[in-house]
Design a protein around this ligand. Structure first.
Ligand SMILES: [Zn+2]
Length: 402
């Protein structure tokens, strides 16, 4: 982390805190951190002011800027992380795909090297390290890995390749975690598969959040999964049974149980806006986590792309395999926040919190980041009055994004 050269003050803005909007507000940054945030709660006062919101945290993103995590190359990881930052996502979990084991090993090891590169630089104050840092500092922070599969259901594999699905295995999980350098933070699995109980228990022991998804679980199986420790659902409503009045399934369990947190893709392609509204009313902002599930065409023009060896056509905001299956999204996390505010109509602090403080809490980093609050890292976005991204600040540094 680099120190800011001097104390900075930004004033005459609207600041979105976890619970309210401050108008005519000012923030003071010193040594990478917020030291003062103040403003009034009069909504009319700030009508023409810019917005400051926390840097967004995406716990499920596969690619961006033409590159994919599963390219398993350092230059691809830089491309993804740089593109995400320019789109307002300041931190992310690199999501993997269900692929053959050799490629998965390579992917996990590459993400580990990428994360370590930054840790090494943080540890060293040498001129050489600083020089290296100047070349790479304009990237979103990779917080670890979201391992999506391979212990998933063939019936709900979505864009994951079913030939590479594996039977749940504790030893395989340990192998994956070793390849990743202990960087797996979330594991998506289908809890109804034989052997998942042990994998869920082991993942919790390893500090990995087990998340039910790409799953055919019925309501009873979902209840059982909860008793084993499942408290998180991967892209709710997508790649699982629909909600049925006689068989509520995994999503029914998640909607009814207030302890369960649900990831949602708010691009209006994966989920109808009516369902987004229902999710918000039932779960509230503290149990919803906005994700992009972005793939390599995120931040790129429409056209033909590739996803783990499968061809994907991107047009009119949709990414689909040739068989018509959805293949991730091309909407940024900031787009998702705007959809929740302007299309679904939920309060601004709630929509922002679902893509910042809530994922930060999930990953246990809420003390240092995730909201505009005193003594946290000064990582935030400046948006114009119409919510267009103008500036991205990371730890008190205004990062060039054009
Ligand atoms: Zn995904």
């Amino acid at each position: 982390m680099r120190d800011c050269p001097e104390q900075r003050v930004i004033s005459g803005v609207r600041v979105v805190t976890p619970v309210k909007v401050l108008s005519g507000a000012s923030i003071t940054i010193n040594k990478n951190y917020f030291v003062e945030i103040e403003g009034s709660e009069d909504p009319i006062a700030g009508e023409k002011e810019d917005w400051l919101i926390p840097g967004l945290i995406d716990t499920h993103v596969h690619g961006a800027g033409g590159a994919d995590i599963m390219d398993a190359r350092m230059d691809s990881l830089f491309q993804v992380a740089q593109t995400l930052l320019k789109l307002g996502t300041t931190a992310f979990l690199a999501a993997t795909m269900t692929v053959d084991e050799r490629q998965l090993a390579k992917g996990l090891k590459t993400v580990n090297s990428f994360i370590r590169l930054f840790q090494d630089i943080d540890d060293k104050e040498t001129a050489a390290a600083q020089h290296k840092l100047n070349g790479i500092r304009y990237t979103a922070e990779c917080l670890g890995i979201h391992l999506e599969g391979p212990f998933i259901s063939g019936r709900f594999s979505g864009a994951q390749k079913s030939v590479y699905i594996q039977e749940p295995s504790v030893s395989l999980l340990n192998q994956f975690q070793a390849w990743s350098g202990n960087n797996i933070r979330i594991l998506t699995l289908a809890p109804e598969l034989v052997g998942c109980e042990n994998v869920i228990v082991e993942s919790i022991r390893l500090g990995i959040i087990p998340s039910a998804g790409h799953s055919a679980a019925n309501w009873l199986e979902a209840q059982q999964a909860k008793s084993w420790g499942i408290k998180h659902i991967t892209h709710g409503f997508n790649a699982m049974r629909g909600l049925h009045h006689r068989e509520p399934g995994l999503i029914g369990m998640a909607l009814a149980d207030e302890e369960i947190a649900v990831e949602i893709i708010a691009d209006l392609v994966h989920i109808h806006q009516c369902i987004l509204d229902i999710l918000y009313r039932l779960k509230g902002a503290d149990r919803l986590i906005l994700i992009s599930d972005g793939m390599r065409a995120l931040g790129m023009p429409a056209g033909e792309y590739e996803l783990s060896g499968q061809s994907v056509r991107v047009s009119q905001g949709e990414a689909r395999l040739t068989d018509g299956s959805l293949a991730g999204s091309v909407a940024s996390l900031l787009d998702g926040v705007k959809t929740m505010i302007f299309r679904v109509g939920i309060p601004i602090p709630d929509a922002v919190r679902m893509a910042s403080l809530i994922p930060a809490r999930l990953l246990g980093i809420e003390k240092r980041t995730g909201s505009l609050e005193k003594s946290k890292e000064a990582t935030f976005l400046r948006l114009d009055p119409d919510w267009n991204l103008k500036e991205v600040w990371v730890c008190g540094n205004n990062i060039p994004i054009k």
